[in-house]
Design a protein around this ligand. Structure first.
Ligand code: EPZ
Length: 435
């Protein structure tokens, strides 16, 4: 398993460009199952999760051409007989559950393994199932598989919500299923995340009729057929946000290009509250940080609130703010595995249920730490960049699931970070799960 060796204390300066959004690409790839025409996806980041989703689609009869250099995927599903998405592929990534809706809508039957567990907490799929049942599917969960069938899905009025609010992939799944259902579906409490909006735009380009895109209420009128599409996915707001926080953390001055600052308003507002200078244009943002940051409070919420996928990185930042900050995690109450590793670097964090109190220290000190999930790993890398001395981040395959060549790109900005190959790659592949 690869690891990163980081020499802390170097400011990040210059410019970095963000890639396409992982969490847009993965459901859009699943949408290719809704048509037998070619789906072309551009701006595809080179990530492990994309490679895993390619395998899932191939197992479902799709022909996939992946030009990794150009970031282009060409997917065509002319064999529509397979309906099983097997555990061996599904266990590596949560987003693979998005094949359920398209399979059911197009092939009338689906046998989809429950997706892999992830260390950020319990991640049920009850809302996905509730949505499919609401559209008239017959469901059975047996031996770890969801077995679903319906001669033709029927539109309905559905409310999709948990105590944490809306569901991102649940919304994606139900919207995709509803595009080919008979009649009208009214989906209340739909997720408004930019990645859901991106998927809806793709579906609309494929011929789906969706009103209210970007709002909490989607009205989908089923059509008989969807056709091919050529689409460039939106920039990755979480990657952009991670670089922005990295700039703040290293007292740097960084311009993040090719992003959509309007998707990051909650982060920008919090960085300003902490004392950072943040300037924005239509597709860039620039973060310059003062020597000491002010403490802030933050609560993670569904979009447009502060994203849970930036909570760990923000916590790393606040470990060196001037006072006590409070972080309340409303989406995944157990998404705090990074806390123990940050402690190893000298951070002072007290966790009470879904709340963490972060008491800023003068400096973090480098230490050997272990990555255990995607965003938590990013937080550890950021902490290492700012810490005094050397930090080793073990098991960086987690970070490779969601950030393309993060070490190379950080180096270009002035970081001292090196990748060292470790033990068997096979082991690391087997251990990775999440998304
Ligand atoms: C997506 O996961 C993202 N993954 C996650 O990003 C992200 O953290 C999450 O949305 C929240 O923004 C992808 O897009 C691939 P949810 P998803 O359903 O859709 C509860 C990353 O780091 N819930 O919106 O699976 C759930 O437990 C990943 O890139 C149910 O109760 O998340 C949570 O509390 C990690 N029942 C809340 O809803 C359900 O059936 C929101 O989860 C589904 C969800």
């Amino acid at each position: 398993m690869d690891r990163f060796i980081i020499e802390g204390g170097h400011r990040l300066t210059g410019e970095v460009a963000v890639g396409g959004a992982k969490n847009s690409v993965l459901p859009i790839m699943a949408a290719a199952l809704l048509t037998d025409e070619e789906v072309v996806i551009r701006r595809v980041p080179r990530l492990r999760d994309v490679a895993s989703q390619v395998k899932v689609l191939q197992s479902l009869g799709a022909r996939v051409l992946h030009d990794e250099k150009q970031g282009i995927l060409r997917i065509r599903c002319d064999d529509e007989t397979p309906i099983t998405a097997p555990y061996e592929l599904m266990k590596t990534m949560r987003a693979s559950i998005c094949v359920l809706g398209p399979l059911l809508a197009k092939r009338k039957r689906a046998r989809v393994s429950m997706p892999g567990g992830c260390v950020i907490g319990v991640r049920p799929i009850d809302l996905h199932l509730k949505g499919m049942e609401g559209l008239g599917a017959t469901l059975d969960v047996r031996a770890g598989y969801v077995e679903a069938s319906s001669p033709r899905l029927r539109g309905n009025t559905l409310f999709l919500g948990s105590s944490a609010g809306s569901t991102v992939l649940g919304t994606a799944n139900v919207v995709m299923a509803a595009t080919l259902a008979e009649g009208e579906t009214l989906l209340e409490n739909a997720a408004q995340e930019p990645e859901v909006v991106d998927l809806c735009h793709v579906l609309a380009k494929m011929g789906a009729q969706i009103d209210g895109i970007g709002s909490h209420c989607l009205r989908i009128t089923g059509v008989d057929k969807l056709h091919g599409v050529d689409h460039a996915v939106i920039p990755d707001r979480i990657e952009a946000g991670t670089f922005a926080i990295a700039a703040a953390m290293t007292k740097g001055d960084l311009t993040v290009r090719g992003c959509q600052p309007r998707d990051l308003l909650a982060l920008i507002e919090r960085l300003r509250a902490a004392g950072c200078d943040v300037a924005t244009g239509a597709d860039w943002l620039r973060v310059a940080a003062p020597r000491r940051l002010r403490p802030i409070d933050v609560t993670t919420l569904p979009h447009p609130g502060f994203p849970t996928d930036l909570q760990a990185q923000l916590m790393a930042l606040l470990t060196t703010a001037d006072g006590i900050s409070m972080i309340h995690e409303r989406i995944y109450p157990d998404r705090f595995i990074h806390v123990a590793e940050l402690h190893r670097m000298g951070a002072r964090i007290r966790k009470e249920g879904a709340t963490a109190l972060v008491e800023g220290v003068a400096k973090l000190s480098g230490a050997p730490v272990m990555a255990s999930d995607l965003r938590g790993s990013a937080a550890l890398v950021l902490a290492g960049l700012a810490a005094e001395g050397e930090t080793t981040v073990d098991r960086v395959y987690h970070i490779d699931r969601g950030y393309e060549r993060i070490d190379e790109r950080l180096r270009l900005l002035g970081a001292k970070i090196e990748r060292r190959a470790g033990e068997s790659q096979a082991l690391s592949m087997a251990a990775g799960a999440g998304g």
